[in-house]
Design a protein around this ligand. Sequence first.
Ligand code: HEM
Length: 498
Amino acid sequence: MDENPFLYFYLVLVLGTMAVLVIGHVYKMVRDDSYGGFPPGNKGLPFIGETMQFMAAINSRKGFYNFVQVRRLKYGDCFRTNIFGNTQVFFSSKEAAKIILSNEGENFTKKYMKSIAELVGNHSVLCAPPEHHKMIRTRLANLFSTSSLSNFIKQFDELILQSLPTWEKKGTVVVLREALAITFKAMCKILMSLESGEELEMLEKDVAHVYEAMLAFPLKLPWTRFYKGLQARKRIMKTLEKIITLRRKGGVEAQRDDFLQYLVTDEDKLASSSSSSSSETLKKLTDAEIRDNILTMIIAGQDTTANAITWMVKYLGENQEALNLVKTEQLKLAETTSTKSCLTLEDLNYYMPYASKVVKESLRLSSIVAWFPRMVLEDCEIQGYRIKGGWSVNVDAKSIHLDSKFFNDPDVFNPSRFNDETKPYSFLAFSLGGRTCLGMNMAKSMMLVFLHRLITTYEWEVLDSDSSTEPWAMFSRLKSGCPVIVTRNKEEEKANDE
Ligand code: HEM
């Protein structure tokens, strides 16, 4: 070694150069990956990312949206995280919402966590891959025609008229509980003509288990919420299979005029009865597809609408001015409708302008579906950020709804704000684009009918002003359930006395 004093020098030089190159490369990778064009954020631990923090938020008092809110405050309109091994990017600007929602099926497609797909089924319109989604959506969309909606409004009104009179005798009424029962019945009736009996009661309990499991940690052990949800799904599938088999056998069961009958109708019968010439429209769904989508529609229709109704009752109960305005409008309508037994689509469309704004404002402020997840099909750029194919991007509708750039005093319940036109992509209660809520008009109708009957029958006092939400719930759910005390509406009492 002594003979070659330069050997050490060369060795140190080579190793040093290599170390500098490696460190430089690693630094570049880290810098590029975190900030060099990619959205800011914390990827968390290897493999599990920030899953633990996400689950902690779900199990804490603050709820799962708090996970998003905290990061939004830290990083701004766009941030990146990793949940269950997937990179998730959240956007809360309407520009990003437009890019993502209007390119459905092209570069973005809906993607829920695997555990949700296991619960609602791979054939569900919520989870099906893009080419399949289009076919299923087209088939289901036919169920939401104007005539079907008119029929539904009548059925829903009858249900409300049956259940509202019982409220008075109950003392304290928990609005959410009542609304869940009513919307569940409404869904089961329009979908499968199920109106009462053991089967309906079992279904109601099992659907609740599936719903409760949707955000649970996907651990399949007998005591976990996820496992119980999967077991409930199995029982629901069996019940639906039985009902579908009966329909296929024909006879009285096959005479039903409901969504299920439409779905099991033979291809050739469909072809002759449909006005559309597209063969895709007429494609028959398999029994597995029908089962998954009936369950999907019960969940999509029951919980969302019941929660929205509950928030609406709370907001109105706490806002005298809005309450007075909507009451005047609805009592006026009641004068003209008293001669007929049920409300009609025309009543809802033409004689409830302020109530429609109440509905819209309740949906904005409660943001029942807080964010919309999509999978990125190919590398792209959104708002200057590099986004990789395979990542999930999420439109954070709740932040947009509460952004003062689009809504003055965004935390205030003010239906009249909708006197002015809303800015495009700022009102996203039912999403937009190729995945817009299929039951949008049905949901709005339920809220309007409920509001009309409630306000023309009762006055109510909200007993709990707490606005905290259920942390585990997939859709924004008021923890208190909104307990109220009702008393007969004085105007109605007067009319009855006369
Ligand atoms: C107030 C009540 C409701 C709200 C706030 C609501 C909201 C939404 C939203 C935001 C989406 C799209 C999510 C996304 O883009 O990722 C959606 C999709 C959907 N909704 Fe609703 N919804 C309500 C009621 C209903 C009802 C009553 C039904 C029908 C029974 C229904 C059926 C569906 C279906 C089938 C989809 C999936 C559409 C698709 O992926 O192509 N929803 N809903």
